[in-house]
Design a protein around this ligand. Structure first.
Ligand SMILES: Cc1ncc(C[n+]2csc(CCOP(=O)(O)OP(=O)(O)O)c2C)c(N)n1
Length: 919
């Protein structure tokens, strides 16, 4: 028996039986029970007869224990969590009657029936129950009965009841807190007065967010953390930027004036910037001249919660050392992620669940995130019952066993305690913690919005509700801690500071935008990616080694034996996709660039092509050849991601922007699944540079193949990426040979800053080719009458067709990089095939998909007046056929059309748009 406190909801019959056994023979029960039974005396009022008497007494003891346990567990249901005073729901289990006990019974029972740090001050069970109520039914609701790990649960209980994070055990400087609240409030009041009706998403009603962040940051600074990463949406963001990230008032005020700086105005849209409440900021906290701690808040798109995985990825990168070969070394003390959520967005956005699911996974764990729900009890106009089906906004976190503290945002001391508890728990257990900061929203959703249209009663209350600064000031005056005039003088101090900043504003100077550096012109085309054959051979040999006694799976062993001799004949086609990738990665590691490769089943590879992690066939032991590579000068990591795309890609995006010198690759299982990550693609990957000046260099591998596997796995939706392509924000390639893939990976590793079966000699000498000429036709260019351009696998279908030999007048050229458009190469090929009478774009996708709409104007421009036609599947709502047979027929129809005498589907005469092109 572990102790009475484990008897929550306990079996009374069992305890009574145990007690009877104790009465007959004290030695027959365990020592802990014996100790409790020895101290317990039946009441005189109990019924006569030794057995009945003791049974009733035991019932009362059990009732008392259950009451105390219920308060621990459900006390939060009676806590006063809403500053606007709504009545807590309560629960019958919190009442003595429900457990068959009275106050008198409680007074007669010894307190130590329930072990607790509060026993010191409890003479009996009544004292203890009242002390429990003061802890658990206060302005804090401790909601962590769902934490299953006994050590954690005991620690949390000890912390709540022991009060070690509360004053007086852990003192608060009350005047400093008032000073901080005055600063936070003055900022909003000043902006409200100076820019009436302008959107700022005021923090008011949740002002304690800033002191909570102060506490966490102070804890992190003391514990030697190097990096804090804060992800947050609009609510209170400007205030946090000003006061937590030290963004100068002048800069914020200048942004409110919204000047169109002649310096920054770019008509070509290469820089659009973003609204002020999406911008990011960084603050360095120095220890002497050294930067001891960097606090950063990355920019955030409007799409709520999308930044969550991005921040996690950043924290993982910041806490990971990759400068040594082998596996990367993650240290959870180096970085602390903080995610600030909305109470409607947290339960509503699926990416939150995806992000929480990452939190304990290998390769994704960040050593614990501190989550804060800034809970203003509204989501725009929607109320609680329109926003979530859980009891609290935080309900989702329970399933992930994250301890939750709900706290009334009008009780500054309780909020500070919650912050300290969160940090201490994170430091001890390296796990997520959630603070549900319950307040209100003083104004409309934005400051121009009228909240009384939809929440008249709530806003009548808010209209007369004092601010938390006023409440705290009054408390301090009443406690005699400060003179009555102090609060107003503090407010005046900060209002004056803001007025001073406003008076001295120099718009051109104070308005600062993080202009992105332009991508280096022509860098991609110039990048040499060939690797000498002897170096590749040595890498290949090293990759084929396994530790002594390691039993490689038999099927794999055969493949690896073949791999061992691929360099024997440098001009034979011995290099497949798998070898090309493996060698590219190995050579990149040899160049000293760390690699992180993730995706669903990425370790083995969806198509059983990678085998980056070998499993000993007997023991199951693991061996990662790229981590054991003697030539490597940087770390290699390959991680099977969970079955998520949105958060998984967001995480890699964050990792990449935090550590741009590492090569970060995310692979979709099938290209179509990338749809699930469209938010991250639209709002971060493709637009981050023009909005925020970030320079992502993430690689996305998206299998795209018309192979008769049905509509869903046929397309990586290239048209969507092509539509988003502008200002060299992405590099979109669809390569047809293993060597091209090798060079593409190496080129990206070499550039990193601007995104995205061959012969060995092709890895050694060539570089990535943007367009590949038809070598067979090039020898008789003057005979060519039809010049076909295509991209990807359809090339192989045409080139291997029986019709090819019979049609020497047709040249088939491959566009390996679709964006930036290799215009110079296209023009050169058109010029080379001067006798060609028509240019034909052949694609396997339906006409309304694939690259057609994107590439057509470029082909027309290059064609110089010659007709441009297209061959594609007919327009369709689905990318591909559902049956392999129908697929084969359609594919054949495309190949037949490509070689057919007369053309099909003339291309309409659209003109090219002004666009940057490669080369
Ligand atoms: C994904 C997404 N859907 C809808 C919106 C539009 N929108 C902006 S704020 C908001 C309400 C958010 O409520 P909550 O999460 O409680 O945060 P609050 O604004 O109350 O702080 C909505 C619906 C959005 N920005 N992002």
């Amino acid at each position: 028996m572990a102790g009475w406190d484990e008897f929550g909801g306990l079996n009374r019959g069992y305890v009574i039986e145990l007690y009877e056994r104790f009465r007959r023979d004290p030695a027959s029960v365990d020592p802990e029970s014996r100790a409790i039974f020895e101290r317990w005396t039946p009441s005189a009022a109990d019924e006569p007869g030794p057995v009945a008497e003791s049974a009733i007494g035991v019932k009362r003891a059990v009732g008392a224990v259950n009451l105390a346990q219920s308060i621990r567990r459900y006390g939060h249901l009676a806590a006063q969590l809403d500053p606007l005073g709504s009545k807590p729901p309560g629960d019958p289990l919190l009442l003595p009657d429900t457990h068959g006990v009275t106050e008198d019974d409680l007074r007669r029972l010894p307190a130590d029936l329930v072990p607790s740090p509060l026993l010191d001050r409890a003479a009996n069970m009544l004292d203890l129950v009242e002390a429990f109520r003061r802890v658990y039914c206060s302005t804090t609701g401790y909601d962590y009965s769902h934490v299953f790990v006994p050590d954690e649960r005991n620690w949390l209980r000890q912390a709540a009841e022991g009060g070690q994070f509360r004053a007086p055990a852990d003192p608060i400087d009350p005047v400093a807190l008032l000073d901080r609240l005055s600063q936070v409030e003055a900022f909003e009041r000043f902006l409200h007065r100076t820019f009436p009706g302008k959107t700022r998403f005021s923090i008011e009603g949740l002002d304690m967010l800033v002191p909570i962040l102060d506490e966490v940051i102070a804890g992190a600074a003391e514990s030697g953390t190097h990096s804090i990463l804060i992800g947050m949406a609009h609510r209170g963001r400007l205030n946090v930027m000003a006061h937590v990230l030290s963004k100068p008032y002048e800069q914020i005020l200048a942004e409110f004036k919204d000047p169109v700086s002649s310096r920054n105005f770019r008509e070509d849209m290469a820089w659009t910037g973003d609204v002020k409440y999406h911008a990011g900021a960084t603050r360095a906290i120095k220890n002497g001249r050294e930067i001891a701690l960097e606090v950063s808040m990355p920019p955030n798109p409007s799409h709520l919660e999308a930044v969550d995985p991005v921040v996690e990825g950043m924290a993982r990168a910041a806490g990971t050392a990759t400068d040594q070969a082998g596996a990367p070394q993650f240290d959870p003390t180096r970085s602390v992620p903080i995610l600030i959520h909305g109470d409607a967005a947290f339960p509503g956005q699926g990416i939150v669940a995806e992000t929480l699911n990452l939190s304990r996974l290998k390769g994704y764990d960040t050593g614990g995130t501190i989550h804060i729900i800034v809970n203003n009890q509204l989501g725009f106009t929607a109320g609680i019952r329109e926003s979530y089906s859980t009891s609290y906004a935080s309900g989702l976190a329970r399933g992930f066993k994250i301890p939750i503290v709900h706290v009334n945002a009008d009780d500054p001391e309780a909020c500070v305690e919650a912050a300290r508890l969160a940090f201490a728990y994170r430091a001890k257990f390296k796990r997520d913690f959630l603070i549900d900061l319950i307040g209100y929203r003083r104004w409309g959703h934005n400051e121009g919005d009228e909240p009384a249209f939809t929440q008249p009663v709530m806003y009548r209350k808010i209209g007369s509700h004092p601010t938390v600064r006023e409440i705290w000031a009054r408390t301090l005056v009443e406690r005699g801690g400060i003179a009555p005039h102090v609060p107003e003088s503090l407010t005046a101090k900060y209002m004056n500071q803001l007025q001073h900043a406003q008076d001295g504003l120099q718009l051109e100077k104070d308005f600062v935008e993080p202009l992105p550096g332009p991508p280096p012109p022509g860098a991609a085309a110039r990048t040499q990616t060939g690797v000498p054959l002897d170096r590749l051979d040595a890498l290949n040999t090293a990759l084929m080694k396994t530790p002594g006694g390691f039993a490689v799976n038999r099927k794999l062993e055969r493949l690896r034996e073949r791999r061992a001799s691929i360099f024997a004949k440098p001009d034979e086609r011995t290099i497949d996709w798998s070898a090309a990738e493996d060698l590219a990665l190995a050579s990149i590691l040899e160049d000293g660039i760390a690699i992180r490769l993730t995706g669903e089943d990425a370790e083995r590879g969806t198509f059983s092509h990678r085998h980056a992690v070998l499993h000993d066939a007997t023991s199951g032991a693991l061996h990662v050849p790229l981590q054991a590579l003697p030539q490597a000068r940087a770390a290699f990591e390959v991680v099977n991601s969970p079955l998520s795309e949105n958060a998984a890609l967001g995480f890699e995006y964050g990792y990449n922007v935090q550590a741009p010198s590492r090569l970060v690759i995310w692979e979709a299982q099938y290209g179509d699944f990338v749809n699930g990550a469209q938010t991250i693609i639209d709002e971060f990957i493709t637009s981050a540079r023009v909005k925020w000046g970030q320079q992502p260099s993430l690689v996305m591998l998206l299998p795209h193949a018309h192979e008769g596997q049905g509509p869903d796995h046929a397309s990586a939706r290239p048209e969507r990426f092509l539509q988003l392509a502008a200002d060299i924000n992405v590099r979109i390639a669809n390569c047809t040979t293993a060597a091209q893939y090798f060079h593409l990976l190496r080129r990206q590793a070499a550039l990193r800053h601007p995104m995205v079966a061959s012969a060995p000699r092709e890895l050694a000498e060539a570089r990535f080719r943007l367009v590949i000429d038809d070598e067979a036709a090039a020898g008789h260019a003057n005979l060519v009458r039809r010049l076909i351009f295509c991209t990807g696998k359809v090339y192989v279908d045409m080139a291997s067709s029986d019709l090819r030999a019979a049609n020497p007048h047709i040249a088939i050229c491959r566009v390996e990089q679709l964006y930036p458009v290799p215009m110079r190469d296209l023009r050169a090929l058109v010029a080379q095939y001067a006798a060609a009478e028509e240019i034909v774009w052949v694609q396997e996708e339906p006409e309304n998909m694939g690259a057609l709409d994107f590439i057509r104007p470029y082909l027309q421009e290059a064609a110089g007046g010659r007709p441009v036609r297209a061959i594609a599947r007919p327009r369709s709502a689905s990318p591909a056929e559902g049956s392999a047979a129908r697929h084969a027929r359609q594919q054949q129809a495309i190949v037949d059309a490509a070689f057919a005498k007369s053309g099909v589907r003339p291309s309409p005469g659209t003109q090219p748009t002004p666009e940057q092109v490669a080369g």
